[in-house]
Design a protein around this ligand. Sequence first.
Ligand SMILES: Cc1cc2nc3c(=O)[nH]c(=O)nc-3n(C[C@H](O)[C@H](O)[C@H](O)COP(=O)(O)OP(=O)(O)OC[C@H]3O[C@@H](n4cnc5c(N)ncnc54)[C@H](O)[C@@H]3O)c2cc1C
Length: 387
Amino acid sequence: MEHACKVAIIGAGPAGVLAAALLNKKVEVTIFEHKSLLYSILPTGGGKCNISNSEIDYKEFAKNYPRGEKFLYSVLARFSPAYTMEYFKSIGIDTVTLDDCKIFPEKMSSKFVREKMLSQIEGCYIVKSLVKQVLKLENGFSVKTSDAEYFFDKVIVAIGGHADFSILNDLNIDIVPTKPALTGLCTEVKYNLLSGVVLKNIFNYETDLSGDMLFTHFGISGPIIFKVSSLKARDEFPYLLNFDLLNGKITDSKAFQQILNQNSKKEIKNILSIYLPQNFVEFFLKSLNISPTTKGFEVNAKIRDLIFDNLKTYAIKILSPRPDGETVMSGGVALNQINSKTFECKNTKGLYFVGEVLDIDGFCGGFNLQNCWSGAFAVAEAIIQTF
Ligand SMILES: Cc1cc2nc3c(=O)[nH]c(=O)nc-3n(C[C@H](O)[C@H](O)[C@H](O)COP(=O)(O)OP(=O)(O)OC[C@H]3O[C@@H](n4cnc5c(N)ncnc54)[C@H](O)[C@@H]3O)c2cc1C
C-alpha cells in the first residue's frame, strides 16, 4: 500500500485549523494542541470575528502590515480576501462587509465560525498535548510531547505569537524577539480622573496618524493608540509621543487670539471646551497652572501662547505597553528564512510556518486573521503539489 503523507500541524488556532481543513483527507493530518481547538478565535472582533477586510488591491491591503508587507504580496495576490470569503461560503459561513471595509460572518459570531471550521477537520488525528520539541531527521521530522514521540513527513508550525519558541531550538531558526502590538499604553502621568474621556481626531507627529484617543485607568488607548503602539512596537521604552490636539480646529495663535477676542467675557475653560472635552480642558489648564475661570480678555499673549503651544504639541511619556493588553505580538520566525510563495522554510524542506508565529503583524480590521487564512491556503497548496 502507498505510504500516506503524514503531516503534523502544531497549534490549532485559525492558521493551523484552516491548514488542517484544507489538507484533511488529502494527506494524513495530526493536530497538536494543548488547549481547546480554535479557542483563540472566540474573542476576535469582540466575539463577532472580524474575519478579514475588503480592501481589494493586494498592495494596498499589505500596507496594513507594519511587519510583513512585501512578504505577503504573493499570497495576498493569490489567496485574497475575496478568495477566502468564497471558501468560507463553501463551508457555510456567509459574510458581510461593513462600511469601514471590515468583513464579519453574517451571524456576527466567532463561536459560529469556530463550529463551522472545526466541522472541516473531522477525521484529523488530534493530540491534546503541548509540543516540547521538533527535530529534523534524515527522512522527515520528530515531534516530541512530554510523554511521546511522533514521526512525520512534513510539519506545519502554527503556534501563534505568544508561544514558547524554544520548541524550535533544534531547527536552526532565527526568531525576531516578540513585542506586544495593537495595545493600550501605560503613561507616566496618571489620567485616572479622565478615564473614559475621548479626544476626537487628534494627530500624532511621530507616526503621521490621526484618530481618536481614549484616556483609561492605565494610560491611553483607542484606535490611534493601537496603531501607534503597533508602529512603535520595537522602540525602547520609555518614549515620548507628541500630539496635535487641535488638528486643524485652531490653526495658529493669531486664530486663537481672534477666538479669545470673540469670547472675551467667557471663561477660558468654556472657550476651549468648544474644541475639547471639558474635563480634559480643566485637567490641561491645571497642569499649566492656569485658572480655568480666567476670562478671554484676561488671557495675555504669554498665556495664550502657552495654551496654544501645549495643545499643538501635547507630549505624553509612554512607560510600557498595557500588561497583557496586546492583540498581537510583533516578531516571530524571521521572514528571510521563509519562501513567501509556499511558507516553507528555505533551509529545511518539509517544514512550514503559518500565522502569527511568523514575524508578521497587521493593524486592526481583519488583517491578522487574513494573514492566517492566506498563509494556510499557500501551505496547503504547496504540500498538496508535492504529491
Ligand atoms: C482579543 C483579541 C481580538 C482579536 N480580534 C481580531 C479580529 O477581530 N480580527 C483579526 O484579524 N485578528 C484579531 N485578533 C488577532 C488574531 O486573533 C490572531 O492574529 C490569530 O489568532 C493568530 O492565529 P494563529 O493561528 O497564528 O495563532 P493563535 O491563534 O495564537 O493559535 C496558536 C495555537 O497554538 C497553540 N500552541 C502554541 N504552542 C503550542 C505547543 N507547543 N504545542 C501545542 N499547541 C501549541 C496555542 O494553544 C494556540 O491554540 C485578535 C486577537 C485578540 C487577542
